[in-house]
Write a protein that binds this ligand. Structure first.
Ligand code: ATP
Ligand code: MG
Length: 151
């Protein structure tokens, strides 16, 4: 169905914020007009829940993560940026493998399945996911969706 992405992002942010003690997503930067796009709202919320909870979990409260949304030409892009532990360069190729956990997670708990599901859901909705990360600096996940998809 056609969804209002900003509404769904705000919903996910509020829900994730409520589950945190000290951390918050305080910023949702919106660049340009964001048109409605065609995707499954349940899938989209699930994707955001996973990426936002990762952003919090792997930040260790150092600094609040940021989300931004921008639309350019026929592309909508959502960025989830954290300033946390990052992912070691040598391990970045394994991120979407089941049960993968990077060496630097320490005592942070997880099963290593969240991103596998996220990637599948993004692809089901004809989106594209990638990330840029550096250890001890942070990680940014990018979600790209095409606007005006015709089915
Ligand atoms: P869960 O299945 O509960 O989500 P998880 O968080 O360990 O467990 P994924 O979300 O799939 O699993 O992430 C896989 C691995 O990728 C993590 O264990 C971690 O090493 C790394 N990772 C994912 N997101 C981040 C992030 N924002 N910052 C740093 N490392 C990350
Ligand atoms: Mg996770």
């Amino acid at each position: 169905e056609e969804v209002n992405v900003i509404e769904l992002i705000n919903f996910a942010i509020n829900r994730q914020n409520q589950q945190q003690k000290d951390q918050r997503i305080t910023e949702l930067e919106v660049v340009g007009e964001v048109p409605k796009i065609w995707l499954d709202p349940q899938h989209f919320i699930h994707i955001l829940d996973n990426l936002i909870s990762n952003a919090f979990k792997y930040s260790l409260g150092k600094r609040n993560p940021i989300i931004s949304v921008s639309s350019e030409k026929n592309q909508l892009e959502i960025q989830i940026k954290d300033f946390g532990i990052g992912i070691p360069l040598t391990e970045q190729g394994k991120m979407y493998s089941s049960f993968f956990r990077a060496k630097n997670v320490g005592i942070i708990e997880g099963t290593g399945l969240g991103l596998v599901i996220v990637k599948n859901l993004v692809q089901l909705n004809n989106g594209h996911i990638y990330f840029v990360s550096s250890e001890n600096q942070g990680t940014t996940f990018f979600l790209d969706f095409t606007i005006d998809q015709i089915y």
